[in-house]
Design a protein around this ligand. Structure first.
Ligand code: NI
Length: 334
């Protein structure tokens, strides 16, 4: 209850003021809410922007990783391609080499077949068994003892001497020739003749023959090519020079074993590569073990009824004593 009109209007005014203040507060409050929403939305946008940027960075990194992986794979692919073409090249080379070897192999096989065929046909002139002992690579310090042993048994051998050694052993060579042994050439410096030009082959052979005949005074009609290596060019050259090419049917491999019993068992083996009638035996008179083996071999040959002759004597079993430029492995009758 109001006590009077004055206090009523004061009360009204106060009430109005309150209403106004409340309205103003509401308005401010509403404004504050609107600002807050805007701020929130801005923050959300910023967050999305940041995560979009992050996503972009991630994608960029993925792309650059993929690009560098692609580049390294391309590099690897080109390396592999190069390697493949290198391997292909090598394979082609190997194939060519293989073909060459097959060719050489069949030539060797043909030669081996010829040797076998020759060695399997025994020579039996008047029931006599003939054999030729041949000694390569000398003369040497051990040659004198061999000459002594041959002389004791009245046996003849053939020496294929190296031209650049003969002056050092001139008296040994002269003695061998004087005692009826045959001297053939084994070239001047023992090269593989098939690796030389025709002129070089001729030089090797002619200079050795000159060195030999200067000491022995006898012609040289036999050549044993070092290592047994010859070719058609050498054969045709020898054909024009009156030289027969002498191979062997019995390879004692004395230079390899340096062992007396091994040399003897190899020489006296059964079959076409062992000692038999018409055989040509290969040894080297520069080794002590070889001379020891040769001495025992001589006794055994004598016991078995062999006559030990020079290569030229053995080739008398051939038509005309053998033909210059031909290769002789042994001496069965033709
Ligand atoms: Ni030799």
């Amino acid at each position: 209850m109001w006590k009077n009109g004055k206090s009523l209007s004061r009360g009204l005014r106060a009430a109005l003021l309150c209403v106004c203040a409340a309205a103003a507060l509401l308005a401010v409050g509403a404004g504050a809410v609107g600002w807050k929403k805007t701020a929130d939305s801005l923050a959300g946008t910023r967050t999305r922007l940041a995560s979009a940027e992050e996503e972009r960075d991630r994608l960029e990194k993925t792309v650059s990783d993929a690009q560098s992986q692609l580049a390294s794979e391309q590099e690897r692919a080109s390396e592999l391609e190069a390697r493949v073409s290198q391997l292909e090249e090598r394979a082609a080379e190997a194939e060519a080499q293989n073909e060459k070897l097959e060719g050489e192999n069949s030539a060797l096989q043909a030669e081996l077949d010829r040797v076998k065929k020759e060695a399997q046909t025994p020579a039996e002139p008047d029931g006599k068994k003939l054999i030729a002992l041949t000694f390569d690579d000398g003369p040497g310090d051990t040659t004198t003892r061999l000459l002594d042993e041959l002389k004791k048994r009245n046996m003849k051998a053939t020496f294929f001497v190296v031209g650049n050694r003969v002056n050092r052993y001139a008296s040994t060579l002269k003695r061998a020739a004087d005692e009826g042994h045959e001297i053939g050439t084994h070239t001047y410096s023992h090269p593989n003749l098939t690796k030389l030009s025709l002129e070089e082959k001729a030089e090797e052979i002619q200079s050795s023959i000159q060195a030999i005949t200067a000491i022995t005074g006898k012609p040289v009609t036999l050549l044993r090519p070092p290592g047994g290596s010859y070719d058609d060019e050498l054969k045709s050259y020898c054909g024009g020079q009156g030289l027969r090419i002498v191979y062997w049917s019995v390879d004692t491999r004395d230079w390899e074993s340096h062992n007396k019993s091994s040399i003897l068992s190899t020489a006296f083996q059964e079959g076409p590569y062992g000692i038999r009638n018409g055989a040509i035996v290969l040894m080297h008179d520069i080794y002590t073990d070889t001379v020891d083996a040769a001495v025992e071999m001589m006794d055994r040959l004598q016991k078995e009824g062999y006559t030990t002759v020079t290569v030229s004597e053995l080739l008398q079993l051939r038509k005309n004593g053998g033909v210059a430029g031909e290769v002789y492995v042994s001496a069965p009758p033709q």
